[in-house]
Design a protein around this ligand. Sequence first.
Ligand SMILES: Nc1ncnc2c1ncn2[C@@H]1O[C@H](COP(=O)(O)OP(=O)(O)OP(=O)(O)O)[C@@H](O)[C@H]1O
Ligand SMILES: O=C(O)C(=O)C[C@H](O)[C@H](O)CO
Length: 316
Amino acid sequence: MLDVVTFGETMVMMNPVESGNLKYIYDYKKQLGGAESNFAISLSRLGHQVGWFSKLGKDPHGEYIKSFIQGEGVDTSQVKFTSQAPTGLFFKERKELGESNVYYYRHNSAASKMKPEDLSEEYISQAKYLHLTGITPALSDSCYKTILEAINIAKENNVNISFDPNLRLKLWSKEKMNEVMLDLFEKVDIVLPGIEEGEILLGTDNPTEIADEILDLGAEIVVVKLGAEGALVANKNNKEKVAGYNVEKVVDPIGAGDGFAAGFISAQLRGKDLVESTKLANAVGAFATTVIGDVEGLPTREEVEIFTGKKDVINR
Ligand SMILES: Nc1ncnc2c1ncn2[C@@H]1O[C@H](COP(=O)(O)OP(=O)(O)OP(=O)(O)O)[C@@H](O)[C@H]1O
Ligand SMILES: O=C(O)C(=O)C[C@H](O)[C@H](O)CO
């Protein structure tokens, strides 16, 4: 039995050892990144049974990705390999001034070849949650169809669907993206947008308005991420702002949203209410900002309990 199933593209990530324009960067640390596998790893560390799958290239990068994710305790039994396309790759660029950048080498990647026939109804239907992101439908038409089929399977089997828009403007046109995202908001149960995403998709950066618009489209729960400030959690009856945790040194906020989503679903699985779930989401999101990689900073259940004062620790 799995608590959660998720799928999407995970790439080898070339992470510069120093910050600055990549033109002058020669040394990189090889890591991995993919919104859905970041989420799966985070949930696994929080003590849940989680399955992640994808299509990987039959190459050393694909093997590295599968064994790393498996090594984190995530079920990878549904992962497929193909020799028709390579595993995707991306480079991060960190700047001391201005925002970080990413450069993708993922067009026509193995993951972009995922298709509805790759899905196993038996596998998805055993989970309590199916977690999807807005990255997958941007990868290819067949990936978009795969997302729609996964949603059908989940609905037919009473599996809750959580959805993180994770807008990637480098991957598709804004028009197509907006159309697909609004349609998906109607089909899923929990939506976890950021403020910037609300602005792009709904034309408002007001958290209450973002939540209301997505609830009106059909979602049951909306959690609007507010960066260092925390998040606003809402359903039809209630809206509450839940303060974030203070992080003294934010090293890299990319990936915080994936940990946030995992924290929220973890607490929901344990029967916590919306505010408690958002508190855990904020705590896991805060941890994720403290390291350069996407997954290395994600906390175990014990670490997060110590951080939030729910458990005492003796260090020496
Ligand atoms: N500087 C910070 N200090 C404390 N917590 C933070 C900080 N930045 C992010 N978080 C936590 O992580 C959550 C998600 O961060 P953010 O709002 O940046 O999401 P996002 O834009 O979806 O991120 P991503 O880059 O992963 O897509 C926040 O709601 C908050 O709980
Ligand atoms: O950018 C993407 O598409 C990724 O999935 C890579 C990163 O790990 C992701 O952005 C973090 O949320």
